[in-house]
Write a protein that binds this ligand. Sequence first.
Ligand SMILES: [Zn+2]
Ligand SMILES: [Zn+2]
Length: 288
Amino acid sequence: MRSGEGPFSLLADETRLGVVEALGDATDGGRYAKLSYSDVRAALPESARGNLNYHLRKLRNRFVRRTDDGYRLSTAGIRVYQAISAGAFHDERPVVDPTPVERRCGECADRLRVAYRDGRAEVRCPTCERCVHRSPLPPNAFDPASPADLLAACIGRARADLRSMWFGLCPYCSGYVDRDLSAAAVTNEGADAVADLRCTLCGWSRRPTLGAVVDRHHAATVFYEERAVTPPTRPEAASDRETEVRETDPLRVVVTTRPDGADGDTLRHVVDEDLQVVEWAVNGSGGS
Ligand SMILES: [Zn+2]
Ligand SMILES: [Zn+2]
C-alpha cells in the first residue's frame, strides 16, 4: 500500500533533515558513510535528538537504508543531501546587483555585468542590453562577494547544461531532450535561426544559435585550430556568421562562418531539421 505521506512532508522536519545531513557529512574517501544509531544521534544538535527512532523509521526505505551495522543514505537521500549542500533549503538567498566584471561584450567591447536574484545568475551587456548567459544556480555555488566567481559559475553551468542537453539528457531531471530547428529558422529566412532543445519530462529548454550548433562540429574545431583563430565570440554576429535557408523540404539551412583573422577563409555547414550537419566544406579566400 502506498504511504499517504509525500516526500516533502516526510522531510519537513528538523530532525529528519538533520539525519540526512549527518549521514552525508560523514562521507569520507569517496564513499557515502554508514553511521550507527548512536553516531547519528551524536551528530544531531541537542534540540533535534527527540524521538529519533520514530524519525528514522519515517525516513527508512525512501531516504535512508538500514543495514546490519547502521544507517546510510539511499539514492533519493543522497539527492536530498546534495540539495542541502547546494543551499536549496537556505531561508535567505543571496542577491547580487548588476556588477561589472573584467570580461567584455563581443559586440561593443563594454564590460559585462553579472547579477544574481531568485536563484538565477545572469550576465548582460548594459550597452547592447542583451543577455549573454543565464542559468539557475544554487546559493552555495559561488561566493556572493566575488563577481568573478559568480561569472565563472554562471558560464560553467550554462556550458554544462548545453553539453548535457546536446547529448539528449536533461541536466536537471535526466529526461530525454528533443531537439529541432525553431520555426523562426524558416519563416525569417534564417535570420534568427536558433536550435530548440527541450526536455520532454520537465520542459527545461535551451535555445542555442545555429552558430553554437555548428561550432560543436569536428570540422569547426579543426578549422579554428589550423588558423589559430578563436571562434566568433557572439555566434550569431552578422559580421562573421551568416545563416540562410537553402531548402524547406527537406529543411536545409546553410551556416557560413567567416572568423576574424582567418584571411577570408570560410567554413560552410548545412544543417537539417534535427540539427545534424549533413554537409560541410572549407573555402579558401581564392574561392573554390
Ligand atoms: Zn555590448
Ligand atoms: Zn528535465
